[in-house]
Structure formats: C-alpha cells, structure tokens
Design a protein around this ligand. Structure first.
Ligand SMILES: CSCCC(=O)C(=O)COP(=O)(O)O
Ligand SMILES: [Zn+2]
Length: 206
C-alpha cells in the first residue's frame, strides 16, 4: 500500500470513530494527517461534507499553505489554515478539530479567563503530565470570523508537537505526533470537559 493510501485510510478510520461519537454535528469539524515533510503536504477533509459518511471524496492533498496539490474540484476545509499552522510550527503528524456541546460550554464558561485548567484528574496524564500536582492548561481563543486572523491567534498557542486549543463557542483543535496520539488527546479533553460540567451541575446539590 502506498504511504498516501495508508495515511488516507488512517484518517478515514479516525473520522469514522469520531463520527460514531457524534462529534460532527451539522457538517462541523475538520481533520488532517501529514503525508510528507519535504515538501510539507497533508490530507485534509473537504469542506462542508457530512463527515459521518465515508466516500472517495472525503479528503484532498494540500501543501503547507493549504493549497490543493494537483487538479481537484474539492475545496479544502474552510479552517485549513489552522492545520497549516500546526504542521508549519511542529513535527505533529495529525490535527483534529471538532465541535461538541461540552467543548463549547467550557469555552464559554472560561472564555473571559482565556484558559481552562485541570488538576488532580487522572486523565490529564494523556498529555504526558505524570507529576501528582500537574496542571493541564488549555487556552481559549476568540472565534475570529476572519480565518487568517483566527489561524494567527491560534498559532500563538502552538509550542509543542502535541497540544489543544479551544476556540470560544466554536470547538477544539488538538494535534499530536500521530493519529493515535491526537485522538487520545481529543478523547481526554472531551472527558475532562464533560467531567467539569457534570461537577459544576452537581455541586449546588452537595
Ligand atoms: C457548519 S460548521 C462551520 C464551519 C466549521 O467551523 C467547521 O468546522 C467545518 O468547516 P469545513 O469547511 O471544514 O467543513
Ligand atoms: Zn470549526
């Protein structure tokens, strides 16, 4: 199997798993996987598709600027520039963006603070923070309608090969060195968000 086909299949499998969780409401979300470093190329979801369906037109290959490689009638995700920022600044191999109710609620609750923090929760170890008092901070940025501006603001928070950034009342983007790692981080974030919301809802009755 060629490297590109194998990357396509890997991303399609991740897409199916996230779809099974119902994380692509209303055609939201976009995913990418690095296909080559020299020159930088990655597969990204085509814009506006129902990401719960598996088709031969789900992804297209783009360069480091998010421009399609070769002739295609497909349009790359409207948010491709955020994926460009991840691959341009790190050695990450996969970047995942989803809108969920939990990530939107957390982004609104902590949006004015610009960050949501987790401590004393086992699942923050997904981010390789093993110390007992480790603190996981997830930045929350403003949801600029202008995508180049959104991508620039997002890029300010990319400093490692794995990470997560919330976009207020929009969604989350996570990235990792591999598809496995990116998916693990996304699942960990969504668990932590749901945990915090549940705890906040429960507390008044304790
Ligand atoms: C209908 S959701 C609005 C656009 C968005 O935020 C998103 O994640 C999906 O856009 P795409 O162009 O990647 O389909
Ligand atoms: Zn989005």
């Amino acid at each position: 199997m060629s490297e590109l086909i194998s990357k396509w299949k890997e991303l399609a499998d991740i897409k199916d798993e996230l779809a099974a969780r119902d994380w692509f409401m209303g055609t939201s979300g976009n995913l990418s996987i690095k296909a080559g470093s020299d020159p930088l190329q990655f597969l990204v979801t085509a814009s506006g598709k129902d990401k719960r369906k598996r088709t031969s037109e789900d992804f297209l290959l783009v360069d480091g600027d998010g421009v399609p490689v070769g002739e295609t009638r497909l349009k790359p995700s409207a948010e491709t520039l955020l994926h460009c920022a991840v691959y341009g600044k790190t050695q990450a191999g996969c970047s995942l963006h989803v809108h969920t109710v939990a990530n939107n609620v957390i982004s609104e609750l902590y949006g004015d603070k610009g960050v949501v923090e987790f401590q004393g929760q086992e699942l923050i170890k997904a981010f390789d923070t093993w110390e007992e008092d480790a603190l996981l901070s997830i930045p929350i940025i403003y949801n600029h309608a202008d995508i180049p501006k959104l991508a620039d603001t997002f890029a300010e928070h990319i400093s490692a090969d794995k990470g997560a950034v919330l976009i207020r009342n929009h969604g989350i983007t996570v990235w990792g060195r591999s598809g496995f790692e990116a998916k693990k981080l996304l699942e960990a974030c969504e668990f932590l968000f749901q945990y915090k919301i549940t705890l906040l809802q429960t507390k008044p009755f304790l």
